[in-house]
Write a protein that binds this ligand. Sequence first.
Ligand code: WTA
Length: 666
Amino acid sequence: MAATDTNLQENQGSHESRVFAPSAEFVAKATISGMPAYEKLCAEAAADYEGFWARLARENLDWQKPFTTTLDESDAPFYKWFADGQLNASYNCLDRNLTNGNADKTAIIFEADDGQSTRATYRELHERVCKFANGLRSRGIQKGDRVIIYMSMSIEAVAAMQACARIGATHSVVFGGFSAKSLHERIIDAGAVAVITADEQRRGGKSLPLKAIVDEALALGGCETIRNVIVYQRTGGNIDFTEGLDVWLHELVAKQPAECEPEWVGAEHPLFILYTSGSTGTPKGVQHSTGGYLLWCALTMKWTFDIKPDDVFWCTADIGWVTGHSYITYGPLLVGGTEIVFEGIPTFPNAGRFWDTIAKHKVSIFYTAPTAIRSLIKAADVDPSVHPKNYDLSSLRLLGSVGEPINPEAWMWYYNNVGGGRCPVVDTFWQTETGGHMITPLPGATPMVPGSCTLPLPGIMAAIVDEAGADVANGQGGILVVKRPWPSMIRTIWNNPERFKASYFPDELGGKYYLAGDGAIRNSDTTYFTITGRIDDVLNVSGHRMGTMEIESALVANPLVAEAAVVGRPDETTGESICAFVVLKQARPTGEEAKKLATELRNWVAKEIGPIAKPKEIRFGDNLPKTRSGKIMRRLLRVLAKGETITQDISTLENPAILDQLKEAS
Ligand code: WTA
């Protein structure tokens, strides 16, 4: 395992004792109504694991060719689900809503950055996706090809993903905040044949480049596989256009037929690759299946979000992250829901934007990240006019949280001030690799405890073990694992099956348990899970996942830098923030010089990876704390970053004098 110095000892979980049961009214109408209903599903899974999943897969998805095998473990840990079945993701999201009474129902309400909104019904979205898919086919893009999507939030971005799925092309969405270099890395690793982008994106009243960054990425070389760059005109801003390679989306789709026969693919066909950070090396391309993945998207919409026909669902994530894949592009459409697709940011035109938008569109299910909640708490403290109490939030009936631990204070504020004390809060623990929710309260069943993601969903065999893979007792911290494969799990790391095995099914745990990479603890009384944080060198800043190694590599790529070590430190708003310790090739800078160089390096990291990876603080030293064998002692750096005094054993430290120098900013 990558975990050399884990933080299991640093955090033993919450001691929260407040319990909030869902209201009788909510329970009565819920899809999973009451704990006995939850327990019954768990028992069904325990009694006949494959039968349980097979039943759900038949009930929740439309299969062009029914599957006859459920789980194939013959090549473990490369598990296969429903492998001989055939289906199409876009057909399941769109076509079946044309014949079940949803055709004229609003599928997407697009809320633009400037507050304008437009709508698309299922019929309209189907037509747009079909034309888009035909356009892709007309440019020679076909089943098995990889297509990079580098777009901001729009109906077109959802349509782009759906269009790829319709023709069996595997999409790989790259978050619009990533740099040209990050984009380039992903284009190369995926061996993509096309990029779908927009001229520019709108954020907080500003236009920011997208197409220009694609140009820059392609200019870095080695992208000869890219034969098409398809450009959605969002702002009309000036961009360079290369005849033959670049094509406007509106021109591409103009003459395409409004029907497009879906490409039926095997259930294991890779629907998408999504790059995410690990503790070592470059970002890994998490590969997801079609059948198993879609099953879990649909089911968790029903189970966790309890979605009903007249709900208005809003997930505030970006399609560049897994949350946007599962709970914007696929989940809500699979179940015939109405959803908001939001282009803007929570603080524009002011920090009441979320509450205003909920009131405007009568949102009933709202799903966001703890960082957003914490920053809006602060904003409402500063400017009481943007406090949620000033908005009509009576349409809300369910709240959700995702991406990072939610601290009990933020949970309480969310529950009381946004949910009016009547909406259950589902604190959903999951990962890019898990495809959908894993551990979460069920809103019409589970009594909630602020800060705890409570219990695994039915069929998810989550457990806590020690470093040798043995179960630990409740009340004791350990390593979070999943003991049995489940349908929506990661299939492999694109181009790197060995890394897949080593990262997620390490020999130390017997090669059979899925290793989540998080520490967790179960409460002795309630058996509830609390996630205690990553046990590897992965940081979570504002719910964005980043590897310390990636940031270190970016820093040392700067000609001024000799060595760098990056650690996370707790941050009131963003959960964690990035603190970098840097040794320059020149003498250690101080004062103004240090400030200037720190700014330069922060901007450098933004250019190398993206602005989200900028260290909040950079400290310069003549050296870094190391053991005699030259290993950087990150655990000491974590203490220094927090501004705490080192009380740990430092007998293995080669150069104790360095600690004083790194105590504070130069
Ligand atoms: C963290 C986001 C505590 C965790 C869906 C995990 C959470 C990583 C929660 C995955 C939660 C996510 N409580 N921690 N409810 N949800 N995490 O891949 O450390 O971007 O391993 O997927 O976020 O981040 P990822």
